[in-house]
Design a protein around this ligand. Structure first.
Ligand code: NAP
Length: 565
């Protein structure tokens, strides 16, 4: 009875290291890891010990006799990753690398390695986790919002609560006695790179890719147009987007691009609001869903089915919970691609697509709205004078034009990194130039001393939450190697001076205790309605909740007690 990894796999890789028989692949040090859509358990080598179940931060591993019907396709998907072999064949052990600060180094330096991390999403928290495995290291995390965890809080769809469970791991990291949160503090606004450098050996930017890639066609910008990532932030109650005007009074929404973000938005827009009411969806979005007139969400891709950007686990998840049909004539495209598809992942995607219903008839007037997947449609312009009334596409590679009426047109064509003050930026990649996480000055081709990047701002907006673990690990290895080589200048300021500086520049700074107070208040608000939490969507409300935390003196005392313990 082997264990099986299911659709909510986050590629974190913790299970790989927990497994005593090395039966989970690809491992972070294997070449296929970065491009893999999920991890796979080898059913022949699995000894059914369950060690991976407790290591998985998102509860994605299940013994095969406990799978729900919708998870059954994953038995075959896990197995098909491995070549057929005799039962019980042994595999070589997985290496467990860890950056090590030699004890002599620690004793020789009066100031322990102290690192500022900018941003508090998965890449930041995995970097902090890795750094804090080293003796004596101090980590200070700076975040512009009063709440941490970046896209896990504001980007993961609310109906994917198991994925959000990774915050429990992050809470544990944040509870380390050498970890400090400086929330509600914007680097570039309240503190500069030079300020951080003066107080730390190294500054590690893990700020993600906060902007959307924009589609440059006529009509984008009209009322009724927007981006899927803005809508995701609105659904999740991000304070900058909580008041977004999302008009759901029309029958059709068109989403341009077919990556996982497009699937997330389509799934939520067509979900039963009563199901969403049991999640941490924002109240305002939930209210809009209850009043929605949407009957169909069309996801339009410019290429053919074999080039779908969504991943197989997410397609299985979508077809298991939503009514999904294929655009008229698209079954022929799928059949054509099935003849030429060479890799098994694409074949499985195409087989699932081939079994979808035909979407030529209009959607039914009652019941749940449906999702229509459409291919070979290149967006040409948004129709409408004062507001969007539809989209005109060309059939890709031809001059044939096709119009789709819609009251809401969303682009979902990827995220983009934003320039960080005082750091170089590669406009074409939308990321900071770096080598293994060391920021590189393109002028001299040399690393900028003590400056590092991790996550999407380092490698571009690709991969899953857990992909950031190996990405951050690589950066931390480089950082620790530089520290051990004596290349990082010690902070010039006294340790207590940082706290004073931050409080002077940003009296409303929220620390770990403040975040715990916000967290408890949100969970308590949610509990009343059977929800995991009911988020504050206004910064003022977050700050009011944070202010109920124990005063800093009591907190300091608690910290000192912890330090002794
Ligand atoms: P994405 O996967 O990069 O997909 C972008 C889509 O936009 C593609 O279909 C692409 O088509 C299309 N596109 C790009 N430029 C276009 C243009 N000018 N006109 C029309 N279409 C265009 O982006 P994403 O959905 O934002 O996802 C970002 C990352 O987050 C991905 O790695 C994704 O897997 C991850 N993510 C994961 C989850 C999850 O695991 N549940 C959820 C959300 C996001 P072409 O292929 O033709 O360029």
């Amino acid at each position: 009875m082997p264990h099986v990894i299911t659709q909510s796999c986050c590629n974190d890789g913790s299970c790989v290291y927990a497994c005593p028989v090395n039966c989970i692949h690809p491992t972070p040090d294997e070449p296929g890891f970065a491009a893999s859509e999920m991890l796979y358990i080898d059913p022949v080598a699995c000894v059914d010990c369950g060690a991976c179940v407790s290591a998985c931060p998102v509860g994605a591993i299940v013994p095969d006799n406990r799978l729900e019907a919708r998870q059954l396709p994953f038995v075959e998907i896990n197995a098909s990753f491995y070549p057929k072999r005799p039962a019980g064949e042994k595999l070589p052990p997985t290496s467990k690398l860890a950056p090590v600060i030699p004890a002599a180094e620690v004793r020789a330096r009066r100031r322990p390695l102290t690192v500022a991390i900018v941003g508090s999403g998965p890449a930041a928290m995995y970097a902090a986790d890795e750094l804090l495995t080293q003796p004596g290291v101090r980590v200070n995390v700076f975040e512009k919002l009063p709440t941490p965890y970046g896209l896990v809080r504001a980007g993961v769809a609310p109906d994917h609560q198991s994925t959000k469970q990774v915050t429990k791991l992050f809470d544990r990291v944040a509870g380390h006695r050498h970890f400090r949160f400086y929330l509600n503090v914007e680097v570039g606004e309240h503190l500069s790179h030079a300020d951080l450098s003066a107080h730390h050996h190294a500054v590690l930017y893990a700020v993600g890719a906060p902007e959307d890639r924009r589609l440059d066609i006529d009509g984008m910008g009209l009322a009724g147009t927007g981006t899927a990532t803005q809508v995701v932030a609105w659904i999740n109650g991000h304070p900058d987007f909580a008041g977004l005007a999302v008009d759901l009074s029309h029958e059709r929404v068109v989403i341009i691009g077919n990556g996982n973000v497009a699937l997330d938005v389509a799934r939520v827009l067509t979900a039963d609001p009563d199901d969403l009411a049991r999640t941490d969806v924002s109240d305002r979005a939930l209210d809009a869903f209850r009043r929605s007139a949407v009957r169909e969400v069309v996801i339009a891709a410019r290429r053919g089915p074999a080039h779908s950007a969504f991943t197989l686990p997410e397609l299985i998840g979508l077809t298991g919970c939503s009514e999904v049909v294929l655009d008229a004539g698209n079954h022929e495209l799928v059949a054509r691609d099935l003849v030429t598809a060479s890799d098994s992942l694409t074949r499985t995607k195409l087989e699932i697509l081939s079994k979808l219903g035909d979407g030529s008839a209009p959607p039914p007037a009652a019941g749940r709205p449906r999702i229509r997947l459409a291919y070979q449609l290149t967006p040409e312009r948004v129709l409408g004078e004062h507001r969007a009334t539809g989209v005109e596409f060309s059939v890709t590679g031809t001059r044939e034009l096709r119009r789709l009426d819609a009251g809401l047109v969303l682009t979902s064509i990827g995220y983009r990194g934003k320039m960080i003050r005082d750091l170089p930026f590669d406009e074409s990649a939308g990321a900071v130039p770096n080598e293994d996480g060391r920021v590189v000055d393109p002028g001299s081709g040399r690393p900028m001393p003590g400056t590092y990047v991790a996550g999407w701002i380092k490698r571009g907006p690709t991969g899953f939450i857990g992909t950031n673990k190996s990405c951050s690990f690589q950066t931390v290895q480089a950082l620790v190697a530089d520290f051990n080589a004596g290349e990082l200048a010690a902070p010039v300021a006294r340790p207590e001076a940082l706290e004073e500086l931050v409080r002077a520049r940003r009296p409303d700074v929220v620390g770990s205790a403040g975040w715990r107070a916000i967290d408890s208040a949100e969970v308590a608000r949610g509990r009343r309605d059977g929800r995991p939490r009911n988020k504050f969507t206004e910064v003022a409300d977050m700050l009011a909740a944070a202010s109920t935390a124990p005063p800093p003196r009591r907190q300091k005392l608690l910290d000192r007690l912890l330090d002794r313990g």
